[in-house]
Write a protein that binds this ligand. Structure first.
Ligand code: SF4
Length: 445
């Protein structure tokens, strides 16, 4: 929990010497509490105060990373329980599984299928971020062989899922340089697993059925020198996992309970793909930082990646597209010009309707700070000046020979002022984007 100005004041020398540039220690403490000053500005602060203040400033949920280079992923470091309070920072890492029961080409085909779980959605490229190799055989040798195949055939961050320290040790012999996430240490294996994690500088998942069990394990792992810990409530129902996830986050954020101030690891299990999707989406919403799904079906991962996108976007910043002149089909200088706003949902709706018309078209996207047409108009972010400035900035007049601009029917009221500001003839298009194909085919043509 953040310290108040008075809490900080109690830790300062209270000599009012002014060396920090503040008239009093209390004034300096108030500035520190508001993060407007650095503790280093006080040369006389004690070591004990430094440590207390540093501990209080540490994030309530520790950031943990695994993987290397471009495949490195990170989780944790969240500061709020609810997205609308600020935003969530590190999106949930989605992993797909490959069992070490698979061998040869079957294993390689599965790994390649996981590599291919990538999609373009509303202008953003999204993909599965990790590959989880599962020690279903129980054999350290088979596990190490499967992990070696994963290293050869995938650049994704690795998760090693095995109960036995021997299997994890054998796998680390093949991939320790890739900094995999080790999953998972139980009460019986925590000492051996923590030793492997520490020696190989890898983060470690600890698993238990209760919060008390997790606290015990995190303290043991920490005592063994492992700082990067991830929590897993395994062997419990989905309901208990969701309830436990909420409790962990609340205790970490609201009570500064350091023993549970770590990211959460979950398995989205289910007998069918629909069950896996439901479980995965619920776990993403309730604070799981890593969700492992036993599937390679793109129809499972697209909705889960969409959930991650939605939960982890900044609620104060609508998803936007770049303000520019987009070519749909192969438009030429005689093709129509339609304008819309840079709210991505609006743009992609218009884009798909224009595509459906099969009339090559220029779409002029006006920057309205990511708001839709009516919202932008009522907030004066969409007006004749904004449209005219965009036409000039993007040199639209050099790209078409005509001077006709199709505008959304909802802002027909702009027509007169827009014609004056641009010198273009305004054509009022349909109110609903879905009517654009008919409009372009019948009215424009
Ligand atoms: Fe107080 Fe330190 Fe500032 Fe001096 S430098 S006034 S001791 S906070």
């Amino acid at each position: 929990m953040a310290l108040t100005g008075l809490d900080i004041f109690k830790l300062l020398p209270k000599t009012n010497c002014k060396k920090c540039g503040m008239p009093t220690c209390l004034a300096f403490a108030m500035q520190l509490a508001q993060k407007r000053a650095e503790l280093t500005s006080c040369p006389d602060v004690s070591e004990e105060a430094k440590q207390t203040l540093a501990a209080a400033a540490a994030p309530p949920v520790r950031q943990v990373k695994f993987g290397t280079g471009d495949s490195k992923v990170q989780m944790g470091q969240e500061t709020v329980l609810f997205r609308h309070e600020e935003k969530f920072y590190d999106p949930t890492i989605l992993a797909a599984t490959a069992s070490d029961q698979l061998q040869g080409d079957d294993l390689i085909q599965r790994i390649k299928a996981i590599n291919g779980l990538q999609f373009d959605r509303v202008g953003t490229h999204v993909a599965v971020n990790a590959l989880a190799i599962v020690n279903d055989t129980g054999s350290p040798e088979s596990f190490a062989t499967a992990v070696a195949a994963a290293c050869e055939n995938s650049k994704l961050a690795l998760i090693l899922i095995a109960d036995s320290p021997q299997a994890i040790g054998a796998a680390l012999g093949k991939c320790a340089d890739k900094v995999p996430l080790i999953a998972s240490a139980s009460a019986d294996t925590v000492e051996a697993m923590a030793k492997l994690a520490k020696e190989n500088k890898c983060p470690l998942v600890v698993k238990a059925e209760t919060l008390d069990g997790l606290v015990e394990l995190t303290e043991k792992a920490k005592g063994a020198g492992v700082e990067d810990i991830v929590l897993s409530l395994e062997g419990t129902s989905l309901k208990e996992q969701l309830y436990g996830g909420s409790s962990i986050r609340k205790l970490a954020l609201k009570k500064s309970f350091r023993a549970l101030g770590y990211p959460i690891f979950s398995l989205a299990s289910g007998k069918t793909d629909d069950e896996r999707i439901s479980a995965g989406a619920a776990l993403i919403c309730k604070y799981s930082s890593v969700v492992v799904v036993d599937s390679i079906n793109p129809a499972v991962f697209l909705p889960l990646l969409t959930t991650v996108m939605n939960v982890y976007c900044d609620p104060q910043k609508p998803v936007q597209v770049e303000s520019k002149l987009y070519a749909i089909g192969e438009p030429d200088e005689t093709s129509p010009v339609i304008f819309t706003t840079n709210f991505s949902l609006t743009y992609y709706t218009v884009e798909s309707d224009v595509e459906a018309s099969r009339v090559p078209t220029h779409i002029l996207v006006v920057d309205t700070e990511g708001t839709s047409v009516l919202t932008a108009y009522s907030g004066d972010k969409l007006n004749e000046k904004a449209v005219a400035d965009t036409i000039n900035k993007l040199d639209v007049e050099k790209q078409v020979s005509h001077r006709k601009l199709i505008i959304p029917g909802y802002v027909a009221v702009m027509s007169g002022k827009l014609e004056e500001a641009t010198g273009w003839e305004v054509m009022v298009g349909p109110r609903e984007s879905s009517m654009l194909p008919k409009y372009l085919q019948e009215v424009w043509s």
